[in-house]
Design a binder for this molecule. Structure first.
Ligand SMILES: CC(C)(COP(=O)(O)OP(=O)(O)OC[C@H]1O[C@@H](n2cnc3c(N)ncnc32)[C@H](O)[C@@H]1OP(=O)(O)O)[C@@H](O)C(=O)NCCC(=O)NCCS
Length: 168
């Protein structure tokens, strides 16, 4: 982590850097979308938010290496699913950067941001097939809130909504 900084990203200006990261982390992109190379997934990760969320409610964070490449990305929104609540839409690391505490540090950074914003809780959705990530979120203290059935018209994934209370 010494040579990696957590920075704010801009959806337009940093698109190429995020796309490059997603290319390296294509194992996850393929798991979620069925396609290893998926520009639509990159675009969604940078911009997807419900209509009631303004630009100030989207928080894009990157793990920047000294050479300017990204070792990871965390995208979150505020006021979803309820006013004031935070939702981390995606946390993804370069495979080379996994398993060394960086995921924990990045998730904790976002959790601290949500707490500083007086959010009562933060949620994530984990794919049922993504057992490794489920173990990670369990370690981070998130608890199962509900399960969303696979939508045959959607991407076909069952998802678990996990929640971390921030008021205690
Ligand atoms: C999930 C991800 C962000 C975790 O980041 P990471 O840097 O690999 O995880 P860390 O090294 O910070 O691990 C944090 C803790 O979780 C535990 N953990 C991580 N992966 C685990 C696994 N597969 N099984 C059991 N425990 C695991 C670690 O042992 C560690 O525990 P500790 O702090 O008590 O020692 C990262 O692996 C990743 O980008 N995966 C691909 C994308 C993805 O699945 N994103 C999540 C979408 S919901």
């Amino acid at each position: 982590m010494d040579d990696i900084k957590i920075i704010s990203l801009d959806a337009k200006a940093d698109y190429k850097r995020v796309a490059d990261l997603m290319h390296r982390a294509s194992d996850y992109v393929a798991m979620e979308t069925g396609k290893a190379h998926n520009p639509g997934f990159v675009h969604s990760a940078l911009t997807d938010a419900p209509p009631h969320c303004g630009p100030d409610d989207i928080f894009l964070r990157g793990l920047e290496r000294a050479d300017g490449t990204l070792a990871g990305f965390a995208g979150s929104i505020r006021h979803y699913p309820k006013q004031g609540h935070w939702y981390m839409g995606l946390l993804i690391l370069d495979p080379d950067a996994r398993g060394d505490g960086l995921g924990r540090q990045t998730a904790q950074h976002v959790i601290d941001e949500a707490r500083a914003d007086n959010a009562p809780c933060i949620r994530i959705a984990v794919l049922d097939v993504n057992k490794d990530a489920r173990a990670f979120w369990d370690k981070m203290g998130f608890e199962h809130e509900r399960t969303v059935k696979a939508d045959p018209k959607g991407d076909g994934h069952k998802r678990h909504i996990l929640k971390l209370e921030l008021t205690t």
